[in-house]
Design a protein. Sequence first.
Length: 248
Amino acid sequence: MKVLFLGCGSSVGSPVIGREIDSFDSKNFRTRSSVLITENNKNILIDTGADFRYQALKFKVKKIDFVLYTHSHADHTHGIDDLRIFSYIKKDKINCFANNHTIRDIKKNFSYIFNPVNMSGRPRLKMTEVRDSFVEQGVSIIPLEIKHKDWDILGYRINNFAYITDCSSIPDNTIQKLKGLDLLILDSLRFSPHESHLSVDQAIEIVDILKPKQTILTHLSSDLDYYELLEYLPNNIKPGFDGLILDI
């Protein structure tokens, strides 16, 4: 399995608009959080953030086989229209998976996609509600129920890899599904507490409970400097950066 960090930034990216940055190649330049997983020759996208087109071009993404959505916030869905070209490449609908609340919001926010009249010029998508573990195109997916403040949203586990972003807490039943991981990608917005996201120290506490072999932090705000964070973290936890590739 290969995991490519398309983006690891927070909802407004890093830096925030109006601020200076030394280089677009800096590890502190972060687009909105998303990963591309390649398993069994299938490209599995988690979330279509507002930077998805840029990410796909920069990292030479040639196909998307299916999409897993964590939730419906703008920074995780507003690149959905750029699935249009990938559905043309596929010459078929792209299967997209999410919980019922996320599907409801996506169909409302992007109603033109699902309008049965005049189907040209839009992504061809099939939305499927996730209720339990499932197999898609030979890949086994375990949905992970997590809390994003008062929202019930999803992370995902594939083999010994798990992806959890926009997380304020992890219920006990999900903790049990996160044992024995080789790689955990985990939300960590900033050092100070936030009602909807894990802080750096809260993320460290969760890692101490789960004990994955390796953890990479994502959804990092512009307040977090990559090198300062790297120095602060224990050896088994690293900050993510756009373009990071990991083989599991």
